[in-house]
Structures are given as structure tokens and as C-alpha cells.
Design a protein around this ligand. Structure first.
Ligand code: PBG
Length: 320
């Protein structure tokens, strides 16, 4: 008989043979930044997570850094009157995103600042690109995204994270970073980003839900696996430093497959709906919250993610 239980007999031996361990180095903490001062408002569909004005976000970033978090991923909520169909505000050197990057980098210089690059928060249509008729036009959009990336780099961003799923944007962004002498700015591409219902709470947070249609003409069809490999391979070829799979929990098979296929770091985004489902069940007493998020996030790492973006980053750091 093979006595597999021997290595499970007590906590000491279990921790000695443990294959996957979470560490402070694994995490990216998303931040939602709004205009104003002294604002910290809970996002109703993302319990215990907040939109913060920049002054509060800076304090929070300092707190996260002291806890051991190495990276934040910035999202901003654009005022309605600044939205258009051209990404104008996305390119504003004094826009909320650019000010946030500068302020957070100068307050916590060692925090690795990643920035969301996509047009949806700035779009009157809530789409990730420029809209013509009912079409999200690819090539016009990637020109804007490339300028947006440079604008973030100029503000001091360490990493550009394009979440838009237009074709060719990684190559365009890399080229424009190079042309502007940003040869130290990294690109974390949302490579295999699926059209998912689990983004709902995030869209509430930024008031960025699509005004017409859905995102299925650019985000991936969740029935597909091989297509994810085409996306990831193209992004690596175009110059992505890190590739991402998103969402995470419902896409663990994709994370593993990507991890086995590429020689760049793989990240995964445990998205808003995946977080809120644990929260909701925990609030009803149906699951133990801490046990649930540790199991969920560990499964993402076990699947092959080197880096995990999660709304639970702070809670995890407090536990491990
Ligand atoms: C938009 C963007 C989304 C998320 C990150 N960037 C939503 C979307 O594509 O509609 C989702 C993150 C989450 O749900 O936590 N470019």
C-alpha cells in the first residue's frame, strides 16, 4: 500500500511539503480613484472596497506598502462631462490618472505603479475603444492607446496595463514608448481577457458599463481555449513583458495552459465579481471568508499565476 497520508499527518510536515505558498511578492492591489478630497465611499456591489480621492489613495498606498504590497493598479472614475468618443481626457497630462500617477509615485516611490490603459472610463459609450456606428474601431483606437500609454509613462508609471483587447495594441504601445525613450516602462497585457459577467461590480465602481451592446466583439468568448493561446502568443511577440489571464477562478485551465506555453511571467486577475461572490456568501454566513479567499487565491497561484491582481490583496497580507 502507498501511504500517501504520511505527509499529511501534522501541520509541520504539511507545511514542509506544501507546493504552493502565497507571498507578499505575489500581489497587485487595484485602486479606484475619484476627484475630490477626503472621499472614501464604499462600492455597493464590491463590499469593503472603496472609491477614494487622491489624498486618501496616497495614504492607503503608504499603508499597503508598509504591509508589503509591491504594486498598485490604478483605475480612475472620469467625470461624465469629460467623457467623449475620442479619449480626449485619457490623454490629458493633468487628468486624474496622470495626477494620480505623479502623486502616488512621489509619495511612495518604491511602489510599482501600474496603470489601466483602455478607453471605457472615458467613453460616452462605455466601450474600450472609439465607436463608429455600432462598431468599436480597432486601428483608430490603438493610436489613442499608444498616446495614452506615453502620457502615463511621462507621469511616472512603471507599468502600462492595456485592458482593451484591441488587436495590435501591444506592438503599437511598445513602439510609441520606444519612440519617446521610455525603455524602462513595462507592459502587462490583458492578453486572454474574456467577455465575462464577473466584471459587473467593477463597472459599477467606475460607472463604465457599455451604453449599447456588449464587449463580445473584442473580449474573448469563454467557450474558447485555443484562442487564448493565439492572443497570448501575439502579445509576447509584440513585446508584452507580462501576460494576463482574466477572470481567474473560472479560467484556471487557461492560466495553466498559458503558464506552460510562455517564457514571460503570467498574471491573473481575480475580478470584481469573483471577489463579491465570496463576500456575499460570507456575509450570509455560508462560507468562512478568510478560508474562502485563501483557497481561491491559492488555486490561482497553483494554476500557474506568478502575479495576482485581487481586491483581497490587503486581507491576504494581513493573514500570511
Ligand atoms: C475595462 C476593465 C474592466 C476590468 C478591468 N478593466 C471591465 C471591462 O472590461 O468591462 C474588470 C476588472 C474587474 O471586474 O475587477 N477595460
Amino acid at each position: 500500500m502507498k501511504r500517501n497520508r504520511i505527509l499529511r499527518s501534522n501541520p509541520c510536515i504539511r507545511s514542509l511539503v506544501r507546493e504552493t505558498k502565497l507571498s507578499a511578492d505575489d500581489f497587485i492591489a487595484p485602486l479606484f480613484i475619484v476627484e475630490g478630497e477626503n472621499i472614501k465611499e464604499e462600492i455597493s456591489s464590491l463590499p469593503d472596497y472603496y472609491r477614494m480621492s487622491l489624498d486618501v489613495a496616497v495614504k492607503h498606498t503608504e499603508h499597503l506598502y508598509r504591509l508589503g504590497i509591491k504594486s498598485v493598479l490604478l483605475f480612475i472614475k472620469c467625470k461624465d462631462e469629460l467623457k467623449d468618443n475620442a479619449g480626449t481626457e485619457a490623454l490629458n497630462a493633468d487628468g486624474l490618472m496622470q495626477r494620480s500617477i505623479r502623486t502616488i509615485k512621489s509619495a511612495v516611490p518604491n511602489m510599482y505603479v501600474m496603470t489601466d490603459v483602455a478607453l471605457d472610463p472615458f467613453s460616452i459609450y462605455g466601450h474600450d475603444g472609439i465607436v463608429e456606428g455600432e462598431t468599436i474601431v480597432n486601428d483608430v483606437t490603438i493610436n489613442v492607446l499608444a498616446k495614452m500609454a506615453v502620457s502615463h509613462a511621462q507621469a511616472g508609471a512603471d507599468c502600462i496595463a492595456p485592458s482593451d483587447m484591441m488587436d495590435g495594441r501591444i506592438g503599437a504601445i511598445r513602439a510609441s514608448l520606444e519612440q519617446n525613450d521610455f525603455d524602462k516602462t513595462s507592459i502587462m497585457s490583458y492578453s486572454a481577457k474574456y467577455a465575462s459577467c464577473f466584471y459587473g461590480p467593477f463597472r459599477d465602481a467606475l460607472d463604465s458599463a457599455p451604453g449599447f451592446g456588449d464587449k463580445k466583439t473584442y473580449q474573448m468568448d469563454y467557450h474558447n481555449r485555443i484562442e487564448a493561446m493565439r492572443e497570448v502568443m501575439a502579445d509576447v511577440e509584440e513585446g508584452a513583458d507580462i501576460v494576463m489571464v482574466k477572470p481567474a477562478i473560472h479560467y484556471l485551465d487557461i492560466i495553466r495552459e498559458v503558464k506552460n506555453a510562455v517564457n514571460v511571467p503570467v498574471s491573473a486577475y481575480h475580478v470584481s465579481g469573483e471577489y463579491s461572490m465570496i463576500k456575499a456568501a460570507a456575509q450570509r454566513g455560508w462560507v468562512n471568508e478568510q478560508a474562502a479567499f485563501l483557497e481561491a487565491i491559492t488555486s490561482i497561484k497553483r494554476a500557474g499565476a506568478d502575479i495576482i491582481a485581487t481586491y483581497y490583496a490587503e486581507d491576504i497580507l494581513k493573514v500570511i
